[in-house]
Design a protein around this ligand. Sequence first.
Ligand SMILES: NC(=O)c1ccc[n+]([C@@H]2O[C@H](COP(=O)([O-])OP(=O)(O)OC[C@H]3O[C@@H](n4cnc5c(N)ncnc54)[C@H](O)[C@@H]3O)[C@@H](O)[C@H]2O)c1
Length: 250
Amino acid sequence: MKDKVVLITGGSSGIGEAAALAFAREGAKVSVAARRIPEGQETVRQIKEAGGEAIFVQTDVSKAREVQALVEQTVEEYGRLDYAFNNAGIEGPHFVPITDYPEEAWDQVMDINLKGVWLCMKYAIPHMLEQSKGAIVNMSSVTGLIGGRSGAPYCASKHGVIGLTKAVALEYATQGIRVNAVCPAVIRTELAERLFFSKPEMAKRVPGFHPMGRTGTVEEVAQVVVWLCSDAASFVTGHALPIDGGMIAQ
Ligand SMILES: NC(=O)c1ccc[n+]([C@@H]2O[C@H](COP(=O)([O-])OP(=O)(O)OC[C@H]3O[C@@H](n4cnc5c(N)ncnc54)[C@H](O)[C@@H]3O)[C@@H](O)[C@H]2O)c1
């Protein structure tokens, strides 16, 4: 991926941070987007310390103007855009009955998890079309493939990401742009800590949800994302790939 440029949203922590480091190790220049400045800058510092190139652009992916500015700043800095990992997301309220779910929370989950993915594609694709080549990976979840009991709006947003991914993949299939989604099960990140591991009873049960008997690592997701963007996956598009230790196979 030498001389290639990747844009990663939610690159300040968890899966996005691991992906930023993994793309940099492959030689790509990385544009790290997230809301939290010190954490985003820390990802850039780690990449530079390892000899890579990266910039941080503070961005709220639910705001069209900010996403447009992010893509413009990335292309201004590095002259091109080859890959986008549209990863930023929030869990929203969980374990709240749908009848009690606050409307503002619904809007926020949809705006970040689903609209944010659309906005990133909307502004990234024109630059990929200029070179008739590009690869996009959108962040869904196993709950984009099956129902989840913990958060219906989150589940709906992640199902939406898969529909969006498939439709956009078809739209650009003949124009050199591949679009796929990844669907992780439980990966140990800040988000998973808040959702599952802050509750001792739940924490004990979570590894057992996966036939492999353990949760996944951020690195295991990052490697799949790198592969999906690489030419090794040149005939893969419109796919929603579980990274789940066998959960969906049950
Ligand atoms: N950890 C899991 O078990 C798991 C499983 C399936 C899917 N996912 C998805 O993976 C993605 C990354 O989550 P994670 O687990 O690494 O958690 P995380 O909380 O560490 O990372 C989420 C990232 O998104 C950023 N973000 C949130 N809202 C944003 C906004 N409006 N604009 C820009 N950035 C924003 C956060 O700052 C953070 O960098 C999310 O979309 C999440 O839904 C996570």
